[in-house]
Design a protein around this ligand. Structure first.
Ligand code: ZN
Length: 144
């Protein structure tokens, strides 16, 4: 089973190669802001919102004092089962964290943040970054 750093190195090499391939092939034009947003999503997906949140992993520990928020996730998902599904594993994690953020937002502001989402395109690009990072994690787990 590849360790946390192996996953990180693999993810960043593939990400940089993919960005260069997309840039030089001209298939897709990403603005600097869009590139920054997908890079941020990919970083979050590689470092924090990984499939290995289902165990006492380095990614889980990186949540620091907030790691208690991931406890229910760890209890709900057995290691390397649905959390490591290449299609809905990342979606479930994103929904899980979105629910926590929405609940905190509601507790503080007594309303939901829906009307404050100004750039839905950037949110989608950000989520694509997380999903791509999680997919690479599952692929590397499948190789080793
Ligand atoms: Zn894994």
């Amino acid at each position: 089973m590849p360790g946390y750093n192996t996953h990180r190195i693999f993810n960043y090499i593939i990400f940089i190669a993919a960005v260069l391939a997309v840039y030089y092939s001209g298939i897709l034009h990403l603005s600097p802001v869009q590139l920054l947003v997908i890079g941020l999503g990919f970083y979050i997906g590689t470092e924090f919102v990984t499939p290995d949140l289902d165990i006492d992993s380095s990614a889980y520990k990186r949540w620091g004092r907030l790691r208690f928020l991931m406890l229910p996730y760890k209890w709900l998902f057995k290691h390397r089962q649905s959390s490591h599904n290449i299609f809905y594993g990342a979606i479930v994690r994103i929904l899980y964290i979105t629910a926590i953020i929405a609940a905190l937002y509601y507790l503080i502001f007594k309303s939901l943040p829906l009307e404050n989402i100004l750039f839905p395109v950037h949110i989608i690009i950000f989520l694509v970054g997380i999903i791509a990072a999680n997919a690479l994690h599952v692929i590397l787990d499948g190789i080793f």
